[in-house]
Design a protein around this ligand. Structure first.
Ligand SMILES: Cc1ncc(COP(=O)(O)O)c(C=O)c1O
Length: 339
């Protein structure tokens, strides 16, 4: 049987031989003592890429979002998010449990407008949780890897600041958004007080995320990282994988986007399958299947194609470094057959 095509997520990639070598050779020190030169290099590199004063290396995207949002809020505050935001849906209730904040979801497809923000905003009064932060996800995962319109993004961050709120960008896949829009990461990060980015998704590093912000906010995040158990020791080994990924795997994301498009086009118009090609903008493809997601996923697995479920009737396929054009076309043929 041909090799398994794993389209469950862009997190399933394995580090390449060259990345492993860069990791093995990394210069390291104890990062809790602030003595790891490779971690410092990665933090400086990300701060420079995103146009912030400082940055902090953390183990996961979840921790990056959580310590950033914690640093911008006080317990009892409310954070405005788009429908299905990762920091709400897939971070185990951490915003409520650890930061003590509640969320208000606005918009309809993961994105929203400045008018939505104005309508949702509340000042503190004896009865209301003050809305103090707007959090944006770009690209938006559960909405299917869609990219924010840059004008809408600028209007949202401007409206938030006018209302005295802070702004957070969950940029786990900011690299994909940059490739899809032609804007630089710095341009996409402009207007945000905190930004989280992941090295372990499309970029193919095994571990690692980074929070970028002002020096004062990063000082707060540094303390929260230790509090949340994310102070690491010779983590330059991991940071070296991230640096390698930034140098070698960023521009190739264009291939993942082309493969996602080819996969979606191969499935479009097939019986008992519904796909909105206009929403295939980066490396994530949502496919509605009449037969039901669980049955299709099971049948595809038996034929060597691994997929995720986005809902009882929707499957999710994500392209990445470890799948090529031929494999995504084979996966599409299998799905068309079993659907
Ligand atoms: C948009 C987004 N933010 C944050 C995360 C969290 O990253 P991690 O799995 O490293 O905690 C993910 C993970 O898939 C994600 O898709």
């Amino acid at each position: 049987m041909a090799a398994v095509v794993d389209l469950r997520s862009d997190t399933v990639t394995r580090p390449t031989a060259a990345m492993r070598q860069a990791m093995a050779e990394a210069e390291v020190g104890d990062d809790v003592y602030g003595e790891d030169p490779t971690v410092r290099r990665l933090e400086e590199r990300i701060a420079e890429l995103l146009g912030t004063e400082a940055a902090l290396f953390v183990p996961t995207g979840t921790m990056a979002n959580q310590i950033a949002l914690r640093s911008l809020t006080r317990p009892g505050d409310e954070v405005i998010i788009g429908v299905g935001a990762h920091c709400w849906r897939y971070e185990s209730g951490a915003l409520a449990a650890l930061a003590g904040v509640q969320t208000q979801m606005i918009g309809s497809d993961g994105t929203f407008t400045a008018a939505d923000v104005r309508a949702a905003h509340r000042h503190a009064d004896p009865y209301s949780a003050p809305t103090t932060v707007v959090a944006v996800e770009n690209t938006h995962n559960v909405a299917g890897g869609i990219v924010w319109d840059r004008e809408a993004l600028a209007a949202v961050t401007a409206a938030a600041h006018q209302l005295g709120m802070k702004t957070h960008l969950d940029g786990a896949r900011i690299w994909n958004a940059a490739i899809a829009t032609g804007a630089s990461e710095k341009e996409l990060a402009a207007g945000f007080d905190t930004i989280s980015v992941c090295l372990s998704k499309g970029l193919g590093a095994p571990v690692g995320s980074v929070v970028a912000a002002s020096k004062a906010v990063i000082k707060d995040c540094h303390r929260a990282r230790k509090m949340y158990g994310g102070g690491m020791r010779q983590s330059g080994i991991l940071a070296a994988g991230g640096l390698y990924a930034l140098d070698h795997h960023r521009t190739r994301l264009v291939e993942d986007h082309a493969n996602a498009k080819a996969f979606a086009e191969a499935l479009s118009g097939k019986a008992r399958i519904e796909i909105d090609l206009s929403r295939v903008q980066t490396n994530i493809v949502m496919v509605d299947v009449e037969r039901g997601a669980a049955a299709v996923i099971e049948a595809a697995k038996a034929k060597g194609v691994l997929l995720g479920a986005a809902s009882p009737t929707r499957i999710r396929a994500v392209t990445h470094l470890d799948v090529d054009h031929a494999s995504v076309l084979r996966a599409a043929a299998v799905i068309a057959e079993v659907a």
